[in-house]
Write a protein of this length. Structure first.
Length: 354
């Protein structure tokens, strides 16, 4: 029997989110495409995860991730009531759209940026409207306000460019919009400052963080949202039950209790980011100044397109990111910052291709 497709028509028409390529385990390859941390978490985190696996897997986790929220409150000088935890920061983004966006309402972000926003908006039945970055990559406040969006996403540092907009502009946007402003700080630990102080000034601001990047816990999937107690309470209503498992809760708490142990790795990544940017510049690339754990580079005029660089580097054992669906990024590649040895190997491969 040929039954009609039972999926919603808007779901049938949309494309799903495309994650970074995962390597074929049959041959060695260095992943520089998904912005993972090249350094492992400290011993205390691993011990906490092992202990949780040994002692309590038969039990459900704490439903609201209270241990994580309390640890995060101590770490960031907030109240637990201001914090919501998710299965990665993507889960927090899903909660935001479930809570604040109805079918047909507009969501916007300066683009190019994290492409999951558009996917999640369409799943919710909303309308995602791109607002282009101006040439100077400043925050396009007037253009964002013109959309009359219910939710405005700002990534700082932005992905995939790595640049930062002024915190004063974020504050101005919060004052002038009647919607919710989401400041996505997934990469902020690699940057010079952050926006947490803005929470005291604006009751329509939500700041999201991930523990997948600077805190080296991508495999556990833990994200955090910081906002007012009132908005956090509304988001709890749409949160999946038991959305963070016991192992992830144990690891996240240990990481938040040991933030100082991550500083040497973060410093090493910042150092290699500067080095990679300078070395690529010498080789004919144009590199956007980055405050994240990656750089976006315009490829040199040597006959290879961005996609050809992706394929050629893969053959040499390095996965990078190429955003083929975005016309503004056709001549660009994004490279995650790895260890010194990984960056040495990557630069050698670039030399061979040049």
């Amino acid at each position: 029997m040929n039954r009609p497709n039972p999926a919603r028509p808007d779901i049938q028409l949309m494309s799903g989110y495309t994650p970074g390529e995962q390597p074929d385990a049959s041959r060695p390859i260095i992943k520089l495409n998904t912005n993972e941390n090249p350094f492992p978490p400290p011993k205390a985190v691993l011990e906490a995860i092992v202990a949780a696996a040994t002692e309590s897997l038969r039990l459900y986790p704490e439903p609201s991730s209270r241990p994580i929220r309390e640890a995060a409150a101590r770490a960031y000088n907030l109240k637990p009531e201001q914090i919501i935890a998710g299965n990665g920061s993507d889960d927090i983004l899903t909660m935001i759209l479930r809570t604040f966006v109805s079918s047909g309402q507009i969501v916007t972000a300066p683009c190019p940026t994290y492409s999951l926003y558009e996917t999640l908006t369409k799943i919710q039945g909303g309308i995602f409207q791109q607002t282009p970055w101006p040439d100077d990559l400043s925050l396009p406040i007037a253009a964002l306000l013109k959309t009359k969006a219910q939710v405005i996403f700002i990534v700082r540092p932005n992905a995939p460019t790595g640049h930062m907009v002024a915190l004063a502009d974020i504050s101005e946007l919060c004052r002038k919009t009647s919607g919710v402003v989401v400041l996505d700080e997934a990469y902020v630990d690699f940057a010079d400052d952050n926006g947490l102080a803005l929470l005291k000034e604006h009751d329509n601001l939500i700041i999201t963080r991930t523990m997948s990047k600077s805190l080296a816990l991508a495999g556990l999937r833990v994200g955090l949202g910081f906002t007012t107690p009132a908005l956090a309470n509304e988001m709890h209503k749409v949160r999946d039950s038991y959305n963070i498992n016991r192992l992830a809760q144990a690891g996240a708490v240990a990481a938040l209790n040991n933030l100082a142990a991550f500083r040497p790795g973060i410093a090493a990544i910042r150092s290699q980011r500067l080095r990679l940017s300078q070395e690529l510049g010498k080789k004919g690339f144009t590199v956007q100044e980055s405050q994240a754990n990656f750089v976006l580079a315009t490829v040199p005029n040597n006959g290879l397109t961005g996609e050809e660089w992706l394929n050629a580097l893969r053959e040499k054992g390095f996965l990078i990111r190429f955003f083929g669906s975005d016309p503004s990024l056709q001549d660009k590649i994004r490279i995650t910052i790895g260890t010194k040895d990984e960056m040495d190997g990557f630069l050698n491969a670039v030399d061979e291709l040049l």
